[in-house]
Design a binder for this molecule. Structure first.
Ligand code: PGA
Length: 244
């Protein structure tokens, strides 16, 4: 059975105070959220502690947005798995396209971070996806296959979430058509050794398209940026109702 996971990626948004304000308005909207799905919030490092402390008993799990591949050391600005675990973190995003694009993340460092996350008992959410240019050139499948091949060397597929995030769909309002996202995710699944890996779709997931996306047989959840920042819209997303 594949797990359904709806995860918010807050990126570099929300102070601690804003986090607590979000929770005040969000938690009450989860009372009727079906048990078939997990809810994760990937917050900035500075909000993780406040988030964990406020979630006692709530069904939200805490996620981070990066992890270094060493246990500790002289790596200014980085964060270790133990530091995250101590704050109650369970998930960590690895290889988001913004890190690949702006911070020099490569498939080699993505692979190291994935392995370290698993070693520390965290579940990594690996992001893969193509640029607009690559899609237009018909390279989508090849690009993703290469990312998976390099990123997943010696990675345990029993403790892994993958997010298919076409880069042209991130933060643009230009969602990938549900059938097309379903098709690409089906292709990703064929490349895995474990067919039960949860594979999310990410890229402009909104309250008005989540039902259609989640109705697709291959799509096991969503990684949500902009629409996870606002309590009502993220609540609507986690409370999606798959269309028959
Ligand atoms: P978006 O971001 O929902 O704002 O498009 C998704 C992501 O970057 O994970």
């Amino acid at each position: 059975m594949r797990k359904i996971i709806l995860a918010g990626n807050w990126k570099m948004y929300k102070t601690q105070a804003e986090t607590l304000e979000f929770l005040k308005q969000f938690l009450g909207q989860l009372n009727e959220t079906p048990e078939d799905r997990s809810v994760v919030l990937c917050a900035p490092f500075t909000a993780l502690s406040a988030l964990s402390k406020s979630l006692h008993g709530a069904r939200i799990k805490v996620g981070a947005q990066n992890i270094h591949w060493e246990d500790e050391g002289a790596y200014t600005g980085e964060i270790s798995g133990d530091m995250l675990r101590e704050l109650g973190v369970r998930y960590v995003i690895v290889g988001h396209s913004e890190r690949r694009q702006y911070f020099g993340e490569t498939d080699a460092t993505v692979n190291l971070r994935l392995k370290q996350a698993q070693k520390c008992g965290l579940i990594p959410i690996l992001c893969v996806g193509e640029t607009k240019q690559q899609r237009d050139a018909g390279e989508t499948e090849a690009v993703i296959a290469t990312q998976l091949e390099k990123d997943l060397v010696d990675v345990d597929q029993n403790n892994l979430v993958i997010a298919y995030e076409p880069i042209w769909a991130i933060g643009t309002g230009d969602t990938c058509e549900a059938e097309e996202a379903n098709r690409v995710i089906g292709e990703i699944r064929k490349l895995l050794t474990n067919p039960n890996v949860t594979i999310q779709y990410g890229g402009s997931v909104k309250p008005n398209n989540v039902d259609e996306l989640m109705a697709q047989p291959e799509i096991d959840g969503a990684l949500v940026g902009g629409a996870s920042l606002e309590p009502d819209s993220f609540a609507r997303i986690v409370n999606f109702q798959p269309m028959a």
